[in-house]
Design a protein around this ligand. Structure first.
Ligand code: SF4
Length: 331
């Protein structure tokens, strides 16, 4: 974990969902309730102006963490601190509103997040109006500034979302996120619906905005090449639990957890990996009935008896400040 004072701290974050069948069906089938632990004791910090990335296969809990950190979903356990304030303990409506302004989210699909019946200038202006950030007479000028900031023309404000390409729509979504003058943005797979050539343009835009505006990002992706480009620090999630956390260079140069290495072996297009596929990939286990001990053990070819019975704690490793949850990882 980093020594800098974090803007964002997630502590012991947990999310459990009741996924039981309706009562009558359970009674007839003599089944008990079922619970899905989507996020399990997740800890991370994000210093101001930095990017923490979460990577893992689908169902690993990445998006659930994103929703909790942005305040869209209350954790079952643990806390999210933003600039030292517990996000879910703020009761005063004005303070809640002030906190909401500081946090924004960019989703995978800009199609879903932009109202198709509104002109772009209204879509971007809405947060400015909702948070009463500037006098009404100054809003048009501010919208033009935001369009320019994301590489769109002033005249684009008059158009509707369907008149734009996917990459341009994501630029509109970014402009709308910036409209409330946020400090922290959760980016949930923001480029995975875009063509590769457009992806790099949007990622470059996000990086330059971070530099210019001092933004802090939680960046969620299943794509290691995107993660490598964007992140300062990376958390690898497996079945809702962080199994490895390290700064970008440490993780890519010396991945320690067998699951991290498996992910990298499955991404041959990332240069400098060059390691053979020594681990079997296998299927992701049923998240409702997770394997005992280390939940990665059915897919890991280093499994020992201990792995099947005892869950490895996440431990810190030396000067690199990496954390790894594996019985066989030595400092
Ligand atoms: Fe593999 Fe055991 Fe480490 Fe789990 S604890 S990743 S099963 S070696």
């Amino acid at each position: 974990m980093t020594a800098e004072k974090p803007l964002i701290s997630a502590r012991d974050l947990g999310a459990v969902f009741d996924v039981s069948k309706p009562w009558l069906n359970r009674m007839l089938a003599l089944e008990s309730k079922q619970f899905l632990t989507a996020v399990d004791t997740v800890d991370f910090d994000i210093p101001r102006g930095k990017t923490f990335a979460l990577v893992g296969e689908s169902g690993s809990g990445k998006s659930t963490i994103g929703k909790m950190v942005v305040g869209l979903q209350k954790p079952t356990s643990g806390q999210v601190h933003i600039d030292g304030q517990d996000l879910f303990s703020i009761k005063d409506a004005r303070k809640q509103q002030a906190m909401r302004r500081r946090i924004q989210m960019i989703f995978q699909s800009p199609y879903a997040s932009l109202n198709p019946r509104w002109r772009v200038k209204h879509i971007i202006a809405e947060p400015i109006r909702a948070f009463e950030l500037i006098p009404a007479g100054d809003i048009d000028k501010r919208v033009e500034e935001l369009l320019d900031q994301v590489g769109l023309a002033k005249s684009d404000g008059e158009k509707f979302p369907h008149e734009f390409s996917g990459g341009q729509r994501q630029r509109i979504a970014i402009a709308r996120a910036l409209a409330s003058d946020p400090e922290f943005i959760v980016c949930d797979e923001p480029t995975s619906a875009l063509d590769v050539s457009v992806q790099s343009q949007v990622l470059n835009l996000m990086k330059s905005l971070q530099r210019d505006l001092g933004l802090t990002y939680l960046f969620i992706s299943h794509d290691l090449s995107v993660i490598r480009y964007m992140a300062d620090e990376i958390g690898v999630l497996y079945l809702g639990r962080l199994v490895e956390v390290a700064d970008r260079d440490t993780l890519f140069e010396n991945p320690r957890h067998p699951y991290t290495r498996m992910l990298m072996d499955a991404a041959p297009h990332i240069d400098a990996f060059g390691r053979t596929a020594e681990l079997s990939t296998g299927e992701i286990p049923d998240p409702i009935n997770k394997p005992s001990g280390c939940s990665f053990h059915p897919r890991c070819n280093l499994t020992t008896d201990l792995c099947r019975t005892e869950r490895p704690a996440i431990r810190e490793f030396g000067s690199e400040r990496a954390r790894v949850a594996c019985h066989l990882c030595e400092a």
